[in-house]
Design a protein around this ligand. Structure first.
Ligand code: ADP
Ligand code: ASP
Ligand code: MG
Length: 814
């Protein structure tokens, strides 16, 4: 004997009902089929009752929707001639329902008893229609009214079952029945007086479990719209997978903590007789599904699933007068019990100074009044504080029978949440160690589920979510490189890089599923969203994705003031922009501090030498205890390009112009030619070496004539380069005379730093520095005779983009 339950999701449309018929027709054993109301109908019935009691007329419209939905399904399922019986049945019950709802509206009163009667209509209609449909398909079926056999107390909304009487009734009715298929509505029952009660929302699963126990079934099948119990709610976690096998205890814990696929009370009746439960997908019956059985292999996964309950309120009762006083918790629970408030989570500090409880948010107000009344005297005497209620929270839980024999699971759970800036309000661990649960903000649920899921189930794949500002020259190349490498990185480094947002100076574009990099330029052109640093930040915060990374490819000073806001959200910051690291020392130090405090990488490799691994190498030296004593470097790819191409045939003006066209200079070439850019770079290197320095501490020996220095616009500046041709020719000829080449050098020696143009003789490592190359010589305690040299292309969009890309990968490996 098999008991098969088909949920609302399985019977929400005629297409699905036909699948149900096919599944039942293929059964070889005798089977009892329990059905829920058609998908969405119970919710509509509740909505109609709520509308009626408020005195509005909306309930009549809702009633029409309910009627329409049933009639449509009947018209789809049956031949014309066979529709009448069902249609008459539907209209009869809808009329009854209308009468009851009119009564509710008239009296302005909706008792639990009337509510139960109203919602029971859903299952009464569905079971009748499906039994008729089975018969139309040639199957012999007996429709049984489960409300008459399942006997309960009078807690109409979620009644307690009298098992003894119920089991006898079921056995009497089903076992005496010769037909191979018995169909019955789920969810509904009756009390001693014969009045309709229900088994609570989702209660059809429970009905089926009660039948399975009474009939000693070989198996209980729960047919739904997903292929089993998943490692996490598949609606919230794309990577969630069905679990092959799970124990009763694990299934109970997961469903208690919100895995809606099975209603928590369902497990007990089958557990008593160790009847296996199989969760199957009606729409994909070929999928294996999840088998719930008694004992699972001890080598099985430690964490089996993650679930959550949203919309929770946390109650905290605190007070110095609570310590060592017996009976406080009793009074607290008593007060809640009296108001029928279900407690979902409890923790108590070992000092007994406070007790923390989580309840459904809808009960929060009721709980506050009840508890404060209960402790009125103690509150007056200042022994206990008024109850503190925090709203908009959620419980998130890890579940697994084998967790008890493994260390470090809670540590991993909390550090994973902490690294993603998910604040934990309270923690509880069941003494059987089958679950660890934590209370977090509702808004963090999706992120928390996904990061925990990634850490416990997808070890191999890490998702990185990028938010990129500046998609011009460098940013554009970065997107190109990401597009090209995405697949490789996923396959070889197990990192899934997704670009969630891009912005240029005019527009921004967000796509929480990842922007298709095939045609991002058209997408951003067509975007309706105007660029704004504030809006960008608030959208990034709102999306609240795990492993978020903000990338700044601009040279915008204002944008650097937002870095701290990102870091405080535990969002990594990657800056191509040098301004933040070369601003006041305190500001730079603060960003480094925030990066540590919020475990959010702050990386800026491309600030010096574009893609060359200069900062990373320096950090490795310093972290391993080395000390920088001297630095000599050519750090401006643009100035190097300019002085390498400046010769008898090409005037200084022409070369600077060419460098601009090829993208080697900053948009404002004065930043390069004045030496400010190089000053910033050496300053960053010195700060990363542990020196406390400001930009003013660096001596700048300018090679520009006064007129160029004083030019107030780029255009004026370029003009002076033309006018001052002789000044620049002198510089060149002097170097030539000295058998040297002109190089713009940054130096640090004896605690002093300077930048300026120098004559470099033939035997110096800088002499043959080509094109736009950079070179750095680090003299340290370890590299004292021969410096550590890093040399290579130090400017250009491609190499800069690859440096940023390197930083992105580094955030993934943090
Ligand atoms: P039915 O109408 O068949 O009773 P439910 O809506 O009650 O279906 O339960 C199935 C739904 O449970 C799925 O569609 C899914 O959205 C949700 N769900 C939540 N957590 C889980 C989980 N861990 N595994 C599977 N489904 C889950
Ligand atoms: N129809 C009821 C509900 O929606 C019972 C069930 O579907 O399990 O809660
Ligand atoms: Mg359900």
């Amino acid at each position: 004997m098999i008991v098969s339950k088909f949920g609302g999701t399985s019977v929400g449309s005629s297409t699905n009902i036909n699948k149900v018929i096919e599944i039942i027709a293929n059964k070889t054993d005798k089977c009892v089929v329990i059905v829920s109301a058609f998908g969405g109908i119970t919710n509509l019935l509740i909505k109609a009752s709520e509308s009626a009691v408020k005195g509005g007329k909306d309930y009549l419209k809702i009633l029409e929707v309910i009627q329409e939905k049933h009639l449509n399904i009947v018209e789809d399922l049956f031949d014309k001639a066979n529709q009448v019986t069902c249609k008459v049945f539907i209209l009869k019950h809808i009329n009854k329902l209308r009468d009851t709802l009119n009564g509710v509206a008239l009296l302005n009163d909706l008792s639990e008893k009337s509510s139960a009667k109203i919602v029971s209509t859903g299952e009464i209609l569905s079971s009748f229609i499906i039994s008729e449909a089975l018969m139309q398909n040639g199957l012999e079926v007996d429709l049984m009214d489960s409300s008459q056999v399942i006997k309960t107390d009078s807690n109409y909304g979620a009644a307690s079952v009298n098992y003894k009487e119920t089991f006898l009734n079921i056995q009497k009715q089903v076992l005496s029945n010769d037909l191979d298929i018995v169909i019955a509505p789920g969810f509904i029952a009756t009390n001693k007086k014969g009045e309709i009660t229900t088994l609570g929302r989702g209660g059809s699963d429970y009905t089926a479990a009660i039948f399975a126990n009474a009939l000693d079934a070989d198996k209980l099948e729960i047919w739904t719209d997903v292929s089993g119990m998943y490692t996490a709610n598949p609606n919230l976690v794309d990577q969630a997978k069905p679990i092959d096998q799970i124990s009763y205890q694990e299934a109970m814990e997961l469903s208690h903590f919100g895995a809606k696929v099975i209603y928590p009370p369902t497990i007990q009746p089958v557990l008593d007789k160790k009847i296996p439960i199989l969760i199957k997908n009606t729409l994909r019956p070929e999928d294996k599904g999840t088998l719930i059985i008694d004992k699972i292999d001890s080598n099985d996964a430690t964490v089996k699933g993650i679930s959550h309950i949203g919309n929770i309120a946390l109650l905290t009762l605190e007070g110095n007068g609570m310590i060592g006083v017996p009976g406080i918790s009793k009074q607290l629970f008593e007060a809640l019990y009296q108001k029928n408030i279900n407690v979902k989570f409890i923790t108590q500090a070992s000092s007994e100074h406070s007790i923390c409880l989580a309840i459904d948010i809808v009960d929060a107000e009721k709980a506050k009044v009840a508890v404060d009344n209960q402790f009125e005297l103690e509150i007056m005497q200042h022994k206990v504080n008024p109850l503190v209620v925090e709203m908009d929270l959620a419980i998130i839980a890890l579940v697994g029978d084998n967790m008890k024999s493994h260390q470090g699971i809670s540590g991993k759970m909390f550090s994973c949440l902490g690294n993603n800036n998910v604040n934990i309000r309270a923690i509880a661990q069941g003494s059987t160690e089958k679950n660890i649960s934590a209370v977090i903000a509702n808004k963090d649920v999706k992120k928390a589920l996904n990061t925990l899921h990634a850490d416990f189930f997808e070890n191999q794949i890490k998702e990185i979510n990028l938010f990129i500002t500046g998609v011009g020259n460098v940013g554009g190349k970065l997107l190109e490189q990401i597009k090209k490498q995405q697949k490789y990185i996923l396959e070889h480094l197990h990192i899934n890089i997704r670009v969630i947002a891009i912005s240029n100076s005019k527009k921004m574009l967000f796509n929480s599923n990842g922007i298709d990099l095939e045609n991002w330029t058209t997408q951003i052109e067509n975007s309706k969203e105007k660029a704004s640093f504030d809006d960008f930040l608030s959208q990034v915060k709102k999306l609240n994705l795990r492993n978020s990374v903000f990338v700044d490819n601009t040279a915008n000073e204002k944008l650097t003031s937002y870095y701290q806001d990102y870091l405080k959200e535990s969002i990594a910051v990657i800056a191509c922009n040098k301004i933040a690291c070369s601003a006041e020392y305190e500001a730079y130090k603060n960003l480094k501090f925030l990066s540590r405090q919020y475990s959010a990488p702050f990386l800026f490799e491309t600030n010096v030498g574009a893609g060359l691994p200069i900062i990373d190498t320096l950090q490795n030296l310093i972290n391993s205890g080395d000390e920088v004593t001297q630095i000599q470097a050519v750090l401006s790819g643009s100035l190097n390009f300019i002085f390498n191409n400046f010769d008898a045939e090409h005037s200084f003006y022409e070369v600077v112009q060419q460098a601009g066209i090829e993208g080697y200079t900053e948009p404002d070439p004065r930043i390069d030619l004045s030496g400010v850019d190089v000053m910033r770079k050496i300053l960053i290197l010195l700060r990363e070496s542990g020196k406390v320095m400001e930009l003013e501490d660096i001596e700048n020996k300018s090679f520009l004539p006064k007129t160029s220095e004083e030019a107030s616009t780029v255009k004026e500046f370029m003009e002076t380069l033309k006018e001052e041709k002789e000044h620049f020719e002198d510089l060149r000829l002097n170097a030539e005379k000295a058998n040297s080449r002109l190089k713009y050098v940054a130096e640090y020696k004896d605690g002093k730093a300077q930048v300026g143009l120098q004559h470099i003789p033939m035997d110096h490592p800088f002499y043959n520095l080509d094109g736009k190359d950079n070179i750095v010589l680090f003299y340290t305690n370890r590299y004292c005779d021969q410096p550590l040299i890093i040399k290579g292309a130090g400017a250009g969009a491609d190499v800069t983009a690859s440096g940023i890309f390197g930083d992105i990968i580094r955030t993934a490996n943090k």
